[in-house]
Write a protein that binds this ligand. Sequence first.
Ligand SMILES: [Zn+2]
Length: 268
Amino acid sequence: MTPTAPQWVKNGWERGQHVEDLCMITLGTGVGGGFVVNGRPWHGVLGMAGELGHMTVIADGRACACGNHGCLEQYASATAIRRAAIEAANSGTSPCLAAAREQDPGLSARTVHTCAQAGDSGAHHIFAAAGAALGIALANLINAFNLPMYVIGGGVSRAWDQFSPAMFQELTERSIVFRAGEQQKQSHRATEVKPAQLKDRAGLIGGRASSYDHATWALLLPRSVGLSNGLAALTQTTGTAQKSKRGGVSPRVPNSSTPKAQPAKKLV
Ligand SMILES: [Zn+2]
């Protein structure tokens, strides 16, 4: 029997967290996402539900390949972080990134995270900007759907310590529904926003356990990866997927606190 979405919620992403409705946002090369409603993936009439990377977060912002301007993907993806890192290195606002280019000419998001954790303000600002954009998107999603859980996955989610304070600040300021939930924590009606337990591996693991069920793939994979590419990746990395069930759910980071810096981990 093919596992259903809620089994993944219970057994894969958020072990011990039993929810039937959630939204997941994946921060990878692009930004993707998906919804589980009443325990099942929500596809939309065109099968295009979950194009969260193309939510407008800045009205006259950076042009996007989708034809819009100011899409979330232009600010919170690994691609956007690399682009901002190169700009910061060139402009002299980040000495750490400028020096790191000798070892990492492309300035990966992992390198930006390392510089940010080392105290480089330019690198930190890149993640703060990504977090603010993500907070705007989350505020709209939470106001619209009032789901109990919003999970942030993908490789960039490993930089949670750097982007989540700005994300929660923006979210708290903009979402009346999120603030209302915060006031009702004791009745377990608060909106949970947390990093995905499996980070950037959720798609591969979900796809394997669902016996290549296309509905689950469509939900779990970043849209920029694409279904066919994702299936190809699965066949090439089955061993990795089997070994990747590790780590725990990080505690929620209050918007008013400064999270403790964690050792750098691999980003996209
Ligand atoms: Zn777009």
